[in-house]
Design a protein around this ligand. Structure first.
Ligand code: RNT
Ligand code: ZN
Length: 421
């Protein structure tokens, strides 16, 4: 698209939104401040670099598909991340899993990891002026095979995982310190039961005990922010997930940690967007794992759909952009992974743009006046306003491909780089 055409379309759109009292220049300034944490595991189907050709399993995490081009080394992964960031407007962070350390060809078990294994990533991020978020990896390991990690009644297994998570938090805090922006550490465990357990209380009590041991170590919030992630069910944990939403919501509120809302982890008719205004009344901040649930699978590429839009709207409406940490979480191996990455990240940014363009004050006024017809009509009207023109202008201003140009870029990268792997 030509620069003049993009500018002209933006000018028209700006006037239209201004008619509703929305200042698009301000909206673009706000959008530019939104940071998206890129989940490194989309580039290699959650394989990690602990051993070559690692395949993931356990706890219902499974990438399906065999599209060529998966990152097999850290060098390849970094090239992929650079490519992705070059196609995204706005700001990003990197979301790293513990299994992506640089172990120098040696096997380093999870209870032995140290900051030195991640120093390369910190230096990489520093050069790009981005922050890092971190995750313990409590799956795809012989000691997670029987379905319980931090909630295991086997003390040897439980201690192993407590040590792993403690180390991950220490590493995260050091990352945050070195990079000058707090690392969000997210804890997700696969623990659960395929069939009906009888001692749910006892099992959950073990998890609580493990978390208490882990979080007994305090770090300054300017280095590390903790979050805990719930799930409804997974493959192999259909009948009970130990770390359910009730469990972690209770834990988070009581212990002043964040809760992670992965929108693929709830009942399909539940609206994650609706939970935000409740949680933010009781918690300082929260973490999002944005994804697209399809039937029983929680990890399809995020798209600009009603669910993501409602989440963005509820955050913007609550004026809580500075209290929500935004991450992506999906892994689809059936299409170009870099393309999938960009689709999801752009979809989320577009959802926030759409939300920021809402004439919020007018809508609240209508609502308070009982004008429910006008409220709904306005909400419908927003859908056909030229928000695409505002988006294109944002991409152009950020010097990233506009419109379908990014598709060509991804296809070129596939031809030049991915297909040769
Ligand atoms: C699993 C959780 C978790 C993982 C990542 C890889 O159901 O969503 O966040 O996807 O840790
Ligand atoms: Zn998640």
């Amino acid at each position: 698209m030509k620069k003049e055409a993009i500018e002209k379309a933006y000018k028209l759109a700006k006037d239209q939104y201004a008619g509703l009292g929305v200042d698009t220049d301000q909206v673009l300034a706000d959008l530019a401040e939104i940071v998206i944490s890129l989940h490194c595991w989309q580039t290699d189907d959650v394989g990690g670099f602990e051993k070559e050709g690692a395949e993931l399993g356990g706890g219902g995490i499974q990438a399906t598909g065999n599209y060529p081009g998966k990152a097999q080394t850290i060098i390849q992964m970094r090239a992929d991340l650079d490519k992705v960031m070059s196609l995204l407007p706005g700001r990003q962070r990197l979301n790293l899993h513990a299994s992506y350390g640089e172990f120098g060809g040696k096997f380093v078990d999870r209870d032995k990891i140290e900051i030195k294994h991640y120093q390369g990533w910190i230096d990489w991020a520093k050069k790009r002026n981005i922050g890092i978020d971190f995750n313990c990896t409590c799956f795809s390991h012989p000691l997670s095979d029987d379905g319980y990690t931090l909630s295991s009644k086997n003390e040897k297994i439980r201690k192993f995982w407590v040590e792993h998570v403690k180390r991950c938090r220490a590493i995260g805090a050091e990352m945050g310190k070195q990079l000058g922006t707090p690392t969000v550490h997210n804890l997700w465990i696969p623990d659960g039961s395929k069939d009906t357990p009888v001692d749910r209380f006892g099992i959950r009590k073990v998890l609580k005990k493990s978390l208490d041991e882990i979080f007994a170590v305090k770090y300054p919030k300017k280095y590390l922010k903790d979050s805990v992630e719930s799930k409804l069910f997974g493959i192999g944990s259909e009948s009970m997930v130990v770390g359910s939403h009730d469990f972690y919501l209770g834990y988070a509120i009581k212990n002043n940690t964040m809760i992670t809302l992965d929108n693929g982890h709830f009942h399909p008719t539940e609206q994650v967007g609706d939970k935000i205004s409740s949680i933010l009344l009781f918690a300082d901040e929260l973490l999002l794992h944005l994804t697209r649930g399809v039937r029983w699978d929680s990890d399809h590429v995020a798209t600009f759909n009603d669910e993501i839009v409602l989440i963005a709207q509820e955050i913007v409406r609550a004026k809580a952009l500075n209290r929500v940490n935004i991450g992506l979480d999906y892994f689809d191996a059936s299409l170009n992974r870099i393309g999938a990455y960009v689709i999801g990240a752009r979809a989320v940014q577009q959802a926030f743009l759409f939300a920021l363009l809402e004439p919020h004050k007018t809508l609240v006024k209508l609502e308070e006046g009982g004008r429910t017809f006008e409220r709904l009509a306005m909400l419908e009207l927003m859908k056909s306003l030229p928000f695409g023109a505002v988006w294109d202008y944002f991409c152009m201003k950020n010097k990233v491909p506009v419109g379908s140009d990014y598709i060509d870029e991804v296809v070129k990268y596939e031809k030049d780089v991915l297909i040769k792997r």
